[in-house]
Design a protein around this ligand. Structure first.
Ligand SMILES: Nc1ncnc2c1ncn2[C@@H]1O[C@H](COP(=O)(O)OP(=O)(O)OP(=O)(O)O)[C@@H](O)[C@H]1O
Length: 315
């Protein structure tokens, strides 16, 4: 879907991105992570030509992006950023419909699309006519994402979209993004410097340092088969255990025999969340419920200790 071939970018003689090769697959949730100044934002902005690359080539759906008119390229890509950039004197509905208005959708079509997107992002209809300053940070961020999705772009580019949010709102929005990605199957490229966010969202993780890709692959590969010490240190040796737990779900470790005592876990939870539940409830076995709230088995605390740093088991 998006391919970088030997791409470089220099700002005032300083190399921001250097000989970058990258392949973003259609439908993948790709996350760029790395140290500050490693070139993540520059890489993202080169995709929609907010920053023009100096050398190499970038292809979008098989076409060199330099051969495509900039406006057409941007129309095919939604863009959401940390500072959101909502128009302060426009209502929520007008902000979401910005691109639709530019594309001359009729009033009725715009209204219907705004309703659909507000529902998708969990925004109550009562917020439709509010102005951005009358919204919480999390609601503003949701409006920003809804606006980026409005014209049903082929790709959604997100630059630290949840950076300014408190941990609870941030976590809620991360879960929303996972749900929306599953639902719409859109290609997403997201930049973050938050390791746990990256591990939760990515199916393709790209670790950058000094303008280069150090390693890319699934989160599990980067955690369990790091190419070098930089990768190992980046993900933190001491936190490797909990991070691995965050990549695995309760359903992969279910035991059949049911138990009835304790606040049930959900099969879709990560083992990291289950660990917190064991600690909070001070017990060693908990019942597990499926999507429909039916008891489907139990999870044993000691099975969490078997999550190894090497195997691919049920990740
Ligand atoms: N418009 C610009 N003009 C000059 N230098 C720039 C510009 N944009 C980025 N840079 C420089 O390019 C390098 C890479 O910046 P970039 O923003 O891509 O890094 P990043 O990995 O996204 O960093 P962070 O996580 O801190 O946001 C940095 O050294 C930065 O100072």
């Amino acid at each position: 879907m998006i391919e970088f071939k030997n791409v470089s970018k220099t700002f005032a003689g300083q190399q921001a991105v250097s000989h970058l090769d990258l392949h973003v697959k259609t439908g993948a949730f790709s996350v760029l992570i790395g140290t500050s100044g490693s070139g993540k934002s520059t890489t993202l902005k080169m995709i929609n030509r907010l920053v023009e690359h100096d050398d190499g080539a970038i292809y979008f759906a098989g076409e060199d992006i330099r051969q495509l008119p900039v406006l057409e390229l941007r129309r095919r890509m939604g863009y959401a950023i940390q500072s959101i950039g909502l128009f302060p004197h426009w209502t929520v509905a007008q902000n979401i419909a910005t691109v639709l208005q530019l594309q001359k959708w009729s009033r009725g079509q715009r209204d219907a699309r705004v309703d659909e997107l507000m529902a998708l992002l969990g925004l109550d209809v009562s917020l439709r006519d509010r102005f951005p300053h009358q919204l919480s940070g999390g609601q503003q961020q949701r409006v920003g994402v809804a606006r980026a999705l409005a014209a049903d772009p082929e790709v959604l580019l997100m630059d630290e979209p949840f950076g300014a949010l408190d941990p609870v709102t941030r976590s809620a929005l991360q879960q929303e993004m996972v749900r929306i990605h599953r639902l719409l199957g859109r290609t997403i490229v997201l930049v973050t410097h938050d390791i746990d966010e990256a591990l939760q969202l990515a199916d393709h993780l790209v670790l950058m340092d000094k303008g280069k890709v150090v390693q890319q692959g699934t989160p599990l590969t980067l955690l369990t088969a790091p190419h070098n010490d930089f990768v190992r240190e980046f993900f933190g040796r001491s936190e490797l255990g909990v991070r691995l737990l965050s990549l695995r779900q309760v359903k992969g470790y279910l035991r059949r025999e049911p138990v009835y005592e304790g606040e049930p876990l959900r099969a879709e939870m990560t083992l990291r969340e289950a660990l917190s539940a064991f600690v909070a409830q001070q017990c060693e076995i908990l019942p597990v419920h499926d999507d429909s709230g039916q008891l489907c088995g139990s999870l044993h605390f000691r099975d969490l200790l078997r999550v190894e740093a090497s195997g691919e088991a049920s990740a």
